[in-house]
Design a protein. Structure first.
Length: 307
């Protein structure tokens, strides 16, 4: 198994040696200005380290494969390559783009490191589960320059500017069941995990409303779709978000999937997009990915925006 040794040390350590001679003691006086400068320098070091770690994460993706054989690994590399290109650029429109086929067929050449995590770790091996049938999380790190070069060839570029934290408000409607996904409600455990996974996959940071905040605001699932963004903005800020992303999912028995509508206000425009007949995992990826596409200036996911 190939692993990148540089991934084992994620911290930054700076050691400063102060020479001390016995012949001439040195008295050092740190004034207020010196202390401030020192603290700022330390802060900048740690900020740079955090930014570097965040940047590295943009070039990392994960998928599930069966076993550790090369054939499945190559398929995993291709899937991860598409996700990383979308994550780094913010361009959700790259999903399923035919132009990616030539790069995905040679995805191995863009890989810097990869590792496996056994999903059944600690569980006894039964029959052939220890060889071909055992599921693994495959984590792949790609060469940053090579990914940037692919994006340039596609007429895109890395999204290196600030990525706003999204306060995500999602209403789920399935027959008589109608609820909003929250950060702490047991009713929406699965949806919460799926939203967080979708955000990580698209390189976005999100927050969800708490049950207490929703109760205080009087916002219910049935009211969410029609609630104006101006009403949700204070709640988004209270939860630590910078702007609100609103989604409404309705289960469709005929299509055996969710019909989803998304909207977000950005720079004086209301952006709307929708998708139908998908799992809520995919709906969440399209929702957060669509928001990233708008924020990264890669176009409106719905094809138009309204002032």
């Amino acid at each position: 198994m190939f692993q990148d040794k540089s991934l084992r040390n994620r911290g930054s350590l700076i050691v400063v040696d102060l020479p001390i001679t016995r012949r001439q003691p040195v008295l050092v006086w740190f004034g207020a200005a010196s202390i401030v400068r020192m603290l700022l320098a330390v802060a900048l070091v740690w900020c740079a380290s955090a930014m570097a770690a965040a940047g590295a994460d943009l070039y990392r993706a994960q998928t599930v494969v069966t076993g550790q054989g090369e054939a499945n690994r190559i398929i995993g590399f291709a899937s991860c390559l598409e996700d990383v290109l979308i994550k780094v650029s913010g361009a959700q429109k790259l999903a399923g783009d035919r132009r990616l086929a030539v790069y995905k067929s040679n995805a191995k050449s863009f890989v810097k490191a990869f590792s496996y995590r056994d999903q059944f770790l600690g569980k006894p091996i039964r029959d052939e589960q220890g060889t071909r049938d055992r599921p693994y999380d495959l984590t792949v790190d790609f060469e940053e320059k090579k990914i940037d070069d692919i994006l340039r060839a596609l007429g895109l570029k890395p999204w290196v500017s600030h990525r706003p934290r999204l306060a995500v408000f999602v209403g789920m409607e399935n027959g008589p069941r109608n609820f909003i996904v929250t950060a702490d409600g047991a009713q929406s455990d699965l949806q919460r995990d799926a939203l967080l996974a979708a955000a990580d996959r698209r390189g976005m940071n999100i927050v969800l409303p708490s049950m207490a905040a929703l109760a205080k605001s009087g916002l219910e699932g049935a009211k969410l779709e029609t609630a104006p963004s101006s009403t949700l903005a204070p709640l988004a800020t209270e939860q630590g978000g910078e702007l609100a992303l609103i989604g409404h999912l309705v289960w469709n028995d005929r299509e055996l999937g969710w019909f989803t509508r998304w909207r977000m206000d950005w720079q004086g425009r209301t952006h709307r997009w929708q998708i139908r007949g998908v799992t809520f995992d995919e709906a969440f990826r399209r929702g957060i990915g669509g928001a990233a596409q708008v924020l990264s200036d890669n176009g409106d996911p719905g094809g138009h925006a309204r002032r």
